[in-house]
Design a protein around this ligand. Sequence first.
Ligand code: TXA
Ligand code: MG
Length: 334
Amino acid sequence: MALILKINSKNPEKYKVKKAAEIIRNWGLVVFPTETVYGIGADALNPDAVKKIFKAKGRPYDNPLIIHIAEKKDLYKLAKSVTKKAKRVIERFWPGPLSVVLKKSVIVSDIVTAKLGSVAIRMPDNKIALSLIKESKTPIAAPSANISGRPSATLSKHAVSELSGRVDCIIDGGKSYIGLESTVLDFTSKTPTVLRPGGVTIEQLKKVLGNVDLYSSRTKSRARSPGLKYTHYSPKAKVILVYDKDRIKKIISYYKKQRKKVGFLSYSRYKKYDADFFRYIGKDYKDIAKNLFYYFRKLDSRKIDVIVLGALEEKGLGLAIMNRLRKAADKIIK
Ligand code: TXA
Ligand code: MG
C-alpha cells in the first residue's frame, strides 16, 4: 500500500515534501497534485523509474509523457532549442496549464518521449508540485493519475482507489482547481499547433502568438500526439452527449423506461427532469471543467448506468470540455 501524505497546499510542510522527494530520488512513484489534475510522477531522467509509470497505469509505451519542471530555465536543459514563440508563451502562461512540445535534448530518454524526437514540458501552478520537483532535484515525468482510459483524478482519493497498490506514495493536496489536463502546444510544426485543448485557451494563445492551428484527428491521417488515438476519460457508465437541449428530457425518460439508472449532469439548477441522480455541475465553463471528472467518478460510485449531458459551445474552455466529452461519449445525439 502506498504511503499517504496529507500536505498543506498553501504552505507545503517541508519535511513531508522531502519524504516524497526521497521516494522520487530512489526510483519510486509519487502521485502528486497539480492545478490541472493529479499526476503519477517519477524521475524523468531515470528510464527505469519512468518505465514503472507505464506499468502502474497500464499505459501503452507509444504514448509519451509530459515532463514537469519547477523553474523556467530547466526548459533549456530538456529541449534542444527553444523557439522565440515558445519563449513568449512560457513567459505569459508559466507556471500554468500549458505543455510545450519542442525538439528534445540528448538527456531526455526515448521511454519518456515514446521515441519521438520531441518532448512535452510544463511548469505546473501548484506549490506542492513545484516544491516536490525542487526537493527531488530532477524534473518529474508525470501522466494523469488514473488507470489508462479512465477519467483523470482531480482528488487524491480517486488516485488512492485506483493506484494505491501500484505506487509508493500518494500526496493529498486538495482538489485540482482547473480539473482538466493542460493544453498541449506543439512548436515543432511551422505554425504552433494545439494537439490537446486544455486549461489555456486557443483564444489566449492567439493573442500572444497570432496564428495557432488546432490539430484535428479527422483531417489528419497520422496521430501527431500519440495519446490522442486512445480511448479516454471514460466512466463505467455510458455517456450520452446531446446537442439539441430540447431532446434531453425525452432521452432521460427513454433510458428510464429501459430500467437504466440515469444520471443527469446539468448546466442549469432547475432542469432536473426524471433523472435518478441530478447534479448542477457549474454556472460557467470554469466550474464545469473543475467538476466534470469529479462527477464522472461520483456517478460510477452510485452505480449509475447512463450519464446524460448537453453539448456546450466550443469557445474558450468550452473547447477543452467538449474535447473530453466527445471522447468519453458512447453516443452523440445531434
Ligand atoms: O495537465 C496535465 O497535462 C497532466 C498533469 C499531471 O500535468 N498530465 C497529463 O498527462 O495529462 P497525460 O500523460 O495524461 O497526457 C499527456 C499528453 C498525451 O496526449 C500525449 O500523447 C501528449 O501529451 N504528449 C506528450 N509528449 C508529447 C510529444 N512529444 N509530442 C506530442 N504529444 C505529446
Ligand atoms: Mg491522461
